[in-house]
Design a protein around this ligand. Structure first.
Ligand code: SAM
Length: 211
């Protein structure tokens, strides 16, 4: 697998519209049930923006980040003037983006395409941007994924991912280990969907003394 800017532009054109991802909806539900108001979210690698739209519709202020201008333009068009008042689009690479202080960073199937050498610094920026009780949620490819070994996709073992998440409290850790249609072919799919909180405070059930 090789992803050029043109590949992402045509991927993002094809992907519009689609339903929001279940992991995002679950994460937003946990935030709502914890009694928090919608805050500031970053949609990292937003593509054509189905998930950014879901957050806007739920009342969040959204910073949508992607290197591909085609996806960002589709998102701005679908948001319309009312939701666009709470939307900021950033045509930027993850490696260069200056994260605002935020309550949620959502990265739906985007961080596996961040260069592996840049991931540690990007991850530090993500965690550093989260306010107390802020969440990271998103997807990573596992080491048995069919894209493992590709030049521009990186995969993580479960142990490496859990170690990356060590400073956060894990709210969800989903594993998919099988096959699914992707890009027109049945693809070996090994992925982790995670949601994790920075310094959870009571009354969240994951909060504990010293958290
Ligand atoms: C697989 S798509 C996922 C899009 C969307 N989040 C979704 O779930 O449908 C990956 C997206 O990340 C963007 N992307 C990949 N690497 C990037 C990087 N290093 N900086 C900025 N955007 C990047 C691509 O342009 C593409 O829109």
């Amino acid at each position: 697998m090789s992803s050029t800017d043109d590949d992402w532009a045509s991927f993002n054109r094809r992907r519009q519209p689609r339903p929001p991802r279940e992991l995002l909806r679950r994460t937003l539900g946990c935030i709502e049930y914890a009694g928090a108001e919608p805050g500031v979210a970053v949609d990292l690698g937003c593509g054509s923006g189905a998930d950014a739209l879901e957050m806007l519709q739920a009342g969040w202020t959204v910073h949508a980040v992607d290197a591909d201008p085609v996806g960002l333009a589709l998102l701005a068009e679908s948001a319309g003037p009312e939701l666009a008042a709470r939307l900021q689009v950033h045509q930027a690479r993850f490696e260069d983006f200056e994260f605002p202080a935020c309550d949620l960073v959502w990265a739906g199937y985007s961080l596996p395409f961040c260069p592996a050498t840049a991931l540690p610094a990007v991850w530090q920026s993500i965690v550093g941007a989260l306010r107390p009780n802020g969440r990271f949620a998103g997807d990573f490819f596992g080491d048995r994924h069919g894209f493992s070994g590709s030049d521009d996709v990186h995969v993580l073992t479960e142990a490496a991912l859990r170690s990356m998440l060590a400073g956060l409290s894990i709210e969800a850790f989903d594993t998919e280990d099988g096959w699914r249609p992707s890009g027109g072919v049945i693809t070996r799919w090994h992925a982790f969907g995670v949601s994790a909180i920075r310094n959870p405070k009571p009354p969240h059930p994951l909060a504990h003394d010293g958290a």
